[in-house]
Design a protein around this ligand. Structure first.
Ligand code: ZN
Length: 397
């Protein structure tokens, strides 16, 4: 156990902007240190060596530390305060040359003070961390007393900690909107409204997690052409694109949630019909809309990168697994079709049918906020599982 040193008498450490900067750096250092094993940041060994021109003190620190060094007179001492690195080096090395003795102890909470008692004044030729951060090296050489008394050094700025990866951007795409109501249920429920309500709920959950940024292709009842929704995600470098729907089928008995990913050829008749109806949403766009022609669609599909398709498939798998625990699912819940809105070649994209407006049971559920919350929570869980296994999650630049 290091002993607590009595405060070193003499000139108190100078305060000022430099000291503040030092403390700020120290605080930045200490925050991440709380999550590391204590032993990782400690003075593990100490050695003192002398050659013809200098005395060199080497303190092994394993990780970069913040230090401050100053001199005291009467008697002559050199003081090194090291933040957040307890002394674990055993007995300090014996003095050599102008260093008659070394003492080390906890000076105040979190600060190890190393004091070099000196027989003659010295100058600090070097006081720096080794480039790899493994040791603090202090080199001393004889110098006039006036030089000695002026010596004061602070550590170089710490190597910047790696910037935390930027939170991935999730783009939510509530289907339809504005003059395109989407499917309309038997009780008059409009798909565009439940899609928006569910997407807003999903955004709330995702943002509350603090793990994602969320952008939405629409947050109001406005029309947005399909290709624009795709571009929206692409230009923002989205990590994931989730299109949220509740379409209608001509068979009112079919109900349950389902998840769709892009494929040139639809996996089945239901997927084909949904895609055809979805893609027709652009008939509301009017003549100014530059649609995606079949040729362009084919080129786009051919450009779809394998990892994007893989990402979409993984997300679909997680969405099916999470939704299945909460709501009724359509058999073969993961289906494939040529949705325009899923055609971003570089953004993993999934379309979720929360249920079908053509089913009275689904329509009744989708009108309920608690049911939409359940759906949103399941979708958020799927995003989380996707992000956890994504290596790496694409972060926006
Ligand atoms: Zn729809």
């Amino acid at each position: 156990m290091p002993l607590r040193l009595p405060a070193v008498r003499g000139a108190p450490p100078r305060r000022g902007p430099r000291r503040r900067a030092f403390l700020v750096a120290a605080a930045a250092l200490l925050a991440p240190a709380l999550t590391r094993p204590l032993a990782a940041r400690a003075i593990g060994s100490a050695s003192l060596a002398q050659d013809e021109s200098a005395v060199r003190l080497t303190l092994a620190v394993a990780e970069p530390v913040v230090f401050r060094l100053f001199t005291l007179d009467n008697p002559l001492r050199l003081v090194i305060d090291i933040e957040g690195a307890p002394w674990r080096a055993g007995a300090p090395p014996a003095g050599v040359g102008p260093v008659t003795r070394i003492r080390a102890a906890l000076n105040r909470p979190g600060v190890t003070r190393v004091v070099l008692d000196l027989s003659e004044p010295v100058t600090v030729r070097r006081a720096a961390l080794e480039p790899d951060g493994s040791a603090l090296v202090v080199e001393l050489a004889p110098a006039p007393r006036a030089v000695f008394l002026r010596e004061e050094r602070a550590s170089d700025p710490l190597p910047r900690p790696p910037t935390p990866p930027e939170r991935p951007l999730i783009v939510l795409d509530p289907g339809h909107g504005g003059r395109d109501p989407g499917a309309i249920g038997a009780s008059g429920t409009q798909e565009k409204r439940v899609a928006l309500a569910a997407a807003l709920e999903l955004r709330r959950i995702l943002e509350a997690s603090g793990r994602y940024r969320v952008a939405m292709t629409r947050t109001r009842d406005v029309f947005v052409p399909l290709a624009e929704r795709v571009r929206f995600a692409q230009t923002r470098n989205a990590a994931l694109f989730l299109s949220i729907h509740a379409d209608a089928l001509d068979d009112a008995s079919v109900r349950g949630a389902s998840v769709y990913t892009l494929a040139e050829h639809a996996s089945d008749a239901i997927a084909e019909r949904i895609a055809r109806n979805e893609n027709r949403a652009d008939r509301f766009a009017g003549p100014s809309f530059t649609g995606v022609t079949p040729e362009v669609a084919r080129i786009l599909i051919s450009l779809v990168r394998r990892e994007t398709l893989n990402g979409s498939a993984r997300m679909a798998r997680h969405a099916v697994a999470s939704l299945r625990r909460e709501v009724t699912m359509l058999p073969n819940s993961h289906r494939f079709a040529g949705f325009v809105v899923l055609k971003a070649p570089d953004v993993p994209s999934v379309l979720i049918e929360m249920g079908f407006m053509s089913s009275r049971a689904d329509e009744a559920l989708l009108r309920r906020a608690d049911h939409r919350r359940k759906l949103a929570a399941a979708m958020a869980e799927a995003v989380q599982r996707y992000a956890e296994e994504a290596v790496p999650v694409r972060a926006a630049g």
